[in-house]
Design a protein around this ligand. Structure first.
Ligand SMILES: CC(C)(COP(=O)(O)OP(=O)(O)OC[C@H]1O[C@@H](n2cnc3c(N)ncnc32)[C@H](O)[C@@H]1OP(=O)(O)O)[C@@H](O)C(=O)NCCC(=O)NCCS
Length: 176
C-alpha cells in the first residue's frame, strides 16, 4: 500500500481524469479562481488563490503547495473542469480531508460525484488511508449531496470555524 503524498496521483475514471495541472491549464484556472460563485462557500485561503499570477500558482502547486495539500485538475475528455484536493494529511491516523470545486458551466453534470468517487477509490484501494473527512458550509446543499451520494455520514453539524471571512462560518463535518 502506498502512502498518500508519496506520489502525485494520476486517477483515471470512465469519463473523468484527475491529474497534475500544467502551464496549458492557466487560462482555465484563471477563470475558476476569478469566480465569486465558485468560492462563495469555500475557505478564503485555498492555495490556488494565494498568488495573483495563476502561472506562478501552477509552478508552485507541486512543491510549495505539497507541504499542505495535493491539488489535481479535474478533466473531462481532456477539458479542464475544476480542482480536486487532498489536504490535512494525518499520517499517524491514516486520515485525509478531501475537497473539490468546478467551473460553473460544468455544474449539474455529475462531475463532482464522479470525481469524489475516484478520489475515495484511490485512497482506499491504493493507499493506506483509513479515514476520509470533508467539511461543507451549511448553505452548500449541492456539496452535501455529493458527499451523501458517495456514502459520507454527517458527524458534526453547524460547527463555527474561521474560513477567512469577516464572520465565522457555520460548517458541517463529514466522514467516510
Ligand atoms: C458543489 C459542486 C462541486 C457540485 O458539483 P456538481 O458536479 O454540480 O455536482 P453533481 O452534478 O455531481 O451533483 C451531485 C448532487 O448534488 C445535488 N446538486 C447539484 N447541484 C445542486 C444545486 N445547485 N443545489 C442543490 N443540489 C444540487 C444533486 O442532488 C445532485 O445529485 P442528483 O443530480 O443525483 O440529484 C459544484 O457546484 C461546485 O463546484 N460548487 C462551488 C465549489 C464548492 O462549493 N465546492 C464544494 C466545497 S465543500
Amino acid at each position: 500500500m502506498k502512502k498518500l503524498f508519496s506520489e502525485i496521483p494520476y486517477i483515471r475514471g470512465s469519463r473523468i481524469v484527475l491529474k497534475k495541472l500544467t502551464e496549458a491549464d492557466a487560462d482555465a484556472l484563471r477563470e475558476l479562481v476569478s469566480s465569486d460563485n465558485v468560492y462563495r462557500y469555500l475557505p478564503t485561503f485555498l492555495f490556488e488563490r494565494r498568488y495573483d499570477d495563476v502561472g506562478y500558482v501552477i509552478e508552485r502547486l507541486y512543491d510549495e503547495c505539497l507541504k499542505e495539500s495535493i491539488i489535481l485538475g479535474v478533466f473531462m475528455n481532456g477539458t479542464f473542469c475544476g480542482l480536486a484536493e487532498f489536504y490535512v494529511f494525518r499520517d499517524e491516523f491514516h486520515k485525509i480531508s478531501v475537497g473539490y470545486r468546478l467551473l460553473e458551466r460544468f455544474w449539474g453534470m455529475g462531475i463532482a460525484t464522479e470525481t469524489l468517487s475516484l478520489m475515495i477509490n484511490y485512497l482506499y484501494k491504493e493507499t493506506d488511508t483509513e479515514i476520509i473527512t470533508a467539511s461543507t458550509m451549511v448553505e452548500n446543499t449541492a456539496s452535501a449531496n455529493v458527499l451523501r451520494k458517495n456514502g459520507f455520514d454527517l458527524v458534526v453539524q453547524g460547527s463555527s470555524e474561521d474560513w477567512g471571512f469577516e464572520q465565522p462560518s457555520t460548517v458541517d463535518k463529514w466522514i467516510r
